[in-house]
Design a protein around this ligand. Structure first.
Ligand code: SAM
Length: 261
């Protein structure tokens, strides 16, 4: 399956979801919304209708007023509208998505609320080539998107590039206990439904560290089974830090001990 075929299949699926009224999950194990309550924000109903995430990346971070949060694959904008209320008027919440219909839908939602979300922006773009300046972002979040990318190394390198020093990468994503067979990887429906493109936990950690991240942690939030294969996949929360190089070198012996819980 070529990169082009993957990108086309993914865009087709999410363009349909963006133009339909109802929500559809990646893999059928949608975020049940329980993570939304703890931050106390209001979520526009129009954004909840296209909730296609598999976790709650905002539970992993504590953004402060005035900070900048970027959501990779922001879809209908659910996590961005939430983040915008946490960072406030002097902060910024920027969603990036490659499907034009998702961006249009999210912008339409923003427009319905007048000035309420004036710190929100939705940019059309690919997460492998972010339309953002280097060292400009406090937090990268993402919810069930990176598994869809045909070039995950590029996604992690870009996330590292745009984060400020000590910036935090905090995402929800599908991860696998073991590699699925090559034949299953080539199932386009399964790829665009967030399974066939998923990384194993170990590969996730390896690629993040290769991109330059430290203190990588993976927590399994829920476990499901992959039809005919005798091993599970996980809805996971993944966190990593872009460390100050001097601090990272000083702590070198501890850095190889990532945690997979
Ligand atoms: C499963 S949905 C998740 C949407 C949103 N994060 C949420 O929680 O509702 C995946 C989203 O990622 C976008 N996407 C997939 N691959 C992408 C890529 N390579 N670059 C940018 N966006 C991408 C899709 O267009 C879609 O909106």
């Amino acid at each position: 399956m070529s990169e082009l075929e993957i990108r086309k299949a993914v865009k087709e699926r999410y363009s349909k979801i963006a133009t339909s009224a109802s929500s559809e999950c990646c893999d059928g194990s949608c975020n049940d919304g329980s993570g939304l309550i703890s931050l106390g924000e209001v979520v526009p109903v129009e954004a909840s209708q296209v909730n296609a995430g598999c976790g709650s990346p905002l539970l992993l971070i504590s953004p402060k007023a005035g900070e900048i949060v970027v959501d990779l694959g922001s879809g209908g904008g659910i996590d961005i509208f939430r983040a915008s209320q946490v960072v406030g008027g002097n902060g910024r919440a920027i969603g990036i998505d490659a499907t034009p219909e998702m961006i249009w839908r999210a912008r339409d939602t923003k427009a319905k609320y007048g000035n309420k979300y004036s710190n929100v922006e939705f940019r059309l773009g690919e997460i492998e080539c972010l339309p953002l300046e280097s060292n400009s972002v406090d937090y990268i979040i993402s919810n069930c998107v990176i598994n869809l990318s045909p070039d995950k190394s590029a996604v992690f390198k870009e996330a590292f590039r745009v984060l400020k020093q000590d910036g935090v990468f905090a995402v929800a994503d599908v991860t696998l206990q073991k590699e699925i067979p090559e034949s299953a990887r080539n199932d386009m429906d399964s790829w665009s439904a967030c399974i066939a493109g998923a990384l194993t936990d170990l590969e996730y950690v390896r690629l993040l560290e290769t991109a330059g991240f430290h203190d990588v942690e993976i927590e399994h939030v829920s476990t499901s089974n992959i039809g005919e294969y005798p091993f599970p996949y996980y809805s996971s929360h993944i966190k990593a830090i872009k460390k100050n190089p001097a601090v990272a070198i000083a702590n070198l012996p501890r850095l190889s001990s990532q945690m997979v819980r």
